[in-house]
Design a protein around this ligand. Structure first.
Ligand SMILES: NC(=O)c1ccc[n+]([C@@H]2O[C@H](COP(=O)([O-])OP(=O)(O)OC[C@H]3O[C@@H](n4cnc5c(N)ncnc54)[C@H](OP(=O)(O)O)[C@@H]3O)[C@@H](O)[C@H]2O)c1
Length: 268
């Protein structure tokens, strides 16, 4: 890409992206800089990925073509106020924070700044992420294509209008946690019925991965695949009847709706 990329915040998501960008050869390590308030984290990430580091946000962004804001949402006002005077209108600003709208960012750094908001998820750590991408007021189609390339290096991308960000946050952003919770329950049930911890973990993990891959590769909908394995009067039907009787789908609907509302509240 021949662009200088600067990460503000060198935490989990920044690391996933740095790894993806380097592995996919989108940019070389020498063209990536990370900043962080945690000096230990900064020296660790420098050694691990051979990237540049800087303890000053304003210093680091001076040579940046792309600035990726990878700090927690509550840090945004403080960090944006800090870096605003050092930003120029040619730089592309990408925010990965949950619930921080492009308008909120533009209010602090100016409407002429090119802002893109994305919502990645943690499977990006293993290059299996899902990232929704939306453009702010002054960002161009070209800026969006560059963003697509960066986040495409850690999984699939979806270009959306900003009003879709709350439901996407509640689906793919928070989604891995729902799946982990479901896995916890399956593991506990298997253990309670005599399976060893390690066997239960392996069996449940491979079952979840296998089921996901089957949906991806079989060209059948989850509903059809479920019906295919549910013989009348069989074991699967016995289990599904319990899930149905206890309103499993309704529970998931309520959970997604609660996450969507929370995302809207955070954006206010
Ligand atoms: N993790 C997810 O599932 C996920 C999914 C989608 C989006 N996101 C978004 O991604 C963003 C980062 O999440 P994360 O999980 O990577 O967080 P994280 O691991 O806590 O990383 C944030 C890093 O930024 C550092 N930092 C704090 N203040 C700073 C400052 N003023 N200047 C530079 N660095 C600073 C933090 O240092 P300290 O630890 O010393 O504070 C920390 O190392 C969040 O906005 C989150 O909403 C996360």
């Amino acid at each position: 890409m021949k662009k200088q990329i600067v990460f503000i915040g060198a935490g989990n998501m920044a690391e996933a992206l740095i790894k993806g960008i380097i592995n996919s050869r989108l940019a070389s390590a020498k063209d990536i800089t990370a900043t962080d308030t945690n000096a230990n984290r900064l020296s660790w990430i420098q050694e691990e990925y051979n990237i540049q580091t800087n303890s000053s946000n304003t210093d680091a962004i001076q040579k940046a073509d792309i600035i990726i804001l990878a700090i927690k949402p509550q840090m945004f006002p403080e960090v944006l106020e800090e870096i605003a005077p050092a930003i120029n209108s040619q730089q592309l600003i990408i925010s990965i924070a949950a619930g921080v709208t492009t308008a909120k960012i533009e209010n602090i750094i100016g409407e002429t700044s090119k802002v893109i908001r994305v919502m990645p998820n943690t499977p990006a750590l293993v290059q299996k992420g899902v990232t929704a991408i939306t453009r702010g007021f002054s960002a161009t189609e070209k800026d969006e294509l560059i963003t697509n390339k960066i986040f495409g290096s850690v999984g699939m991308i979806l270009n959306v209008k900003e009003d879709m960000m709350d439901i996407i946050t509640a689906t793919s952003g928070s989604g891995p946690a729902y799946i982990f919770y479901f896995m916890e329950a399956m593991i506990e049930a298997a253990e309670e019925n005599g399976m060893s911890k390690i066997d239960a973990l392996n069996v449940v993990t491979k079952t979840v991965c296998g089921a996901g891959k089957l949906v991806l590769l079989s060209h059948e909908q989850p509903k059809e695949l479920r019906e295919n394995v549910t013989s009348p009067g069989g074991t699967t039907q016995a289990a599904l009847e319990i899930l149905e009787k206890n309103n499993f789908k309704d529970l998931i609907r309520k959970a997604v709706s609660a996450a969507t509302s929370r995302s809207k509240e955070l954006a206010k």
